[in-house]
Design a protein around this ligand. Sequence first.
Ligand SMILES: [Zn+2]
Ligand SMILES: [Zn+2]
Length: 104
Amino acid sequence: MRHKTRWPKVTAEKKSVEELLKEMKKPGSTDANYRERSLKIHGLICAKCGREFDLSTKNLLTVHHRDGNHKNNPPDGSNWENLCIYCHDDEHSRGVLGDYLTKG
Ligand SMILES: [Zn+2]
Ligand SMILES: [Zn+2]
């Protein structure tokens, strides 16, 4: 008849809160945000070819990380460059990706 011990339940609840906080800090959610922020900071224009975009075409504009580190997302946008998908592809095929292939 010892069904009144409540403390294990409290511990479980506390754990789920921590779990929730972890969920909020998932890199996935910040990924979606940095793109919007970069577009806001640098504008809807490709940094390479200068092509301009608007709300209906901004899905063609992507965020490039200058140092190639996708986890380096300073709030001032200094590591971001807005590139259209064509320039972005170009950038990686001869830049970062090239290095990557050379290093094996
Ligand atoms: Zn471009
Ligand atoms: Zn890139």
